[in-house]
Design a protein around this ligand. Structure first.
Ligand code: PHE
Length: 348
């Protein structure tokens, strides 16, 4: 009988040493130490043993049971340590692997230019305001001294919106914001208005059917043309270089009197004459002028007391001049090879 116990012992310990996984261990445990396992059966056989040998037999089986239990616990620890080591090896994170660069977007060059220009005017004491792109023609034209049948209305190839009663347009310029601002406030007024404009244009290298303008307006007592000239010169030199010479020439817009065309000397040829300035040595930047007395009256201001000036410039054109962009259509084709080149432009 003791021979059988030894045999079970040898088998069990060999099987235990061979068990490599916790599920193999669990099987081993139920096979040998389970309720209907080998050890239980050994114990049951005690009835077939002569009574005098029973105590010794029982002790031997119990001793084996304890030995196997202890061996099982030890082996279980070994196996779970092995399994943990394997799992850690499989799930290793290589912390020395370089991270993936997130692809950061860049400001659109028109957005960057709007921020640069409005930043310059903000430092000169101007407030930045915005207004509607869908506008009453009363604001886009009439209040600006451009009556229904006035030929000046043809200057803007306006996109009209179907609207019974009050005529509505996609604003062809930011000038209607002159009226909206003056209607809502009393002088002193110093604002710049960036925004999108629309014209029914044949699209080519210098025309888009939508584009951006920045309007400027200053109204107060004693505002003169000298203020306009000084402000625009300071602006142009900050944007295009302190050495810039500036030129003011007469021009016509129905809502200013006198009206001017503002130009800087060509920064590509320094006034010699080249392709960019079309041989003239000068580059036109914007239209401006003293706010027309009738426009002041239209918003209820007394033109005897208040004077002011306004200007309006095209933003795409500024970017094209500053960075030598040859075609306005590039701004709106969404080609990242073009747009990403402006990644270092001013942000705030
Ligand atoms: N609104 C004019 C344009 O679109 C520009 C302008 C603005 C001219 C203000 C004079 C004063 O051409």
């Amino acid at each position: 009988m003791h021979g059988e116990i030894d045999q079970v012992r040898n088998e069990a310990l060999a099987a235990l040493a061979a068990a490599q996984t916790s599920s193999a261990l669990a099987e081993w445990h139920s096979h040998y130490l389970g309720r209907r396992g080998v050890l239980t059966q050994l114990m049951r056989q005690i009835s077939q043993i002569p009574p005098t040998e029973r105590p010794a037999y029982g002790q031997a089986v119990n001793a084996l049971k304890e030995e196997l239990s202890a061996a099982f616990t030890a082996r279980q620890q070994e196996v779970s340590a092995q399994e943990l080591a394997q799992q850690l090896a499989a799930e290793t994170v290589d912390v020395t692997l370089p991270g993936r660069q997130p692809t950061l977007g860049t400001l659109h060059p028109v957005t960057a230019m709007i921020r640069e220009v409005t930043g310059i005017f903000a430092r000169l004491g101007f407030q930045v305001v915005e207004g509607p792109e869908v506008e009453y023609s009363a604001y886009a034209f009439d209040a600006l001294n451009i009556p229904q049948d006035h030929p000046a209305r043809d200057v803007w190839d306006t996109i009209y919106i179907d609207s019974p009663g009050r005529e509505i347009v996609l604003r062809p310029h930011t000038s209607p914001m002159q009226i909206r601002v003056m209607e809502q406030r009393q002088p002193p007024i110093r604002v710049v208005v960036p925004g999108r404009c629309y014209r029914y244009e044949a699209v080519d290298a210098t025309h888009e059917w939508h584009f951006h303008q920045i309007e400027g307006l200053a109204v107060d007592e004693h505002i003169t043309m000298a203020d306009l000239k000084g402000t625009l010169a300071a602006f142009a030199r900050q944007l295009f270089g302190q050495e810039r010479r500036v030129r003011f020439r007469c021009d016509y817009f129905p809502f200013v009197e006198p009206g001017v065309d503002f130009a800087i000397d060509c920064m590509f040829c320094h006034g010699e004459g080249c392709r960019v300035c079309k041989g003239t040595g000068w580059i036109e930047i914007l239209g401006a002028g003293m706010v027309h007395p009738q426009v002041l009256r239209n918003v209820g201001y007394d033109p005897e007391r208040y004077t002011g000036w306004a200007f309006g410039m095209g933003v795409e054109r500024l970017v094209m001049l500053k960075y030598g962009v040859p075609d306005i259509r590039l701004f709106y084709q969404g080609d990242l090879r073009f747009l990403a080149q402006f990644s270092r432009t001013t942000v705030w």
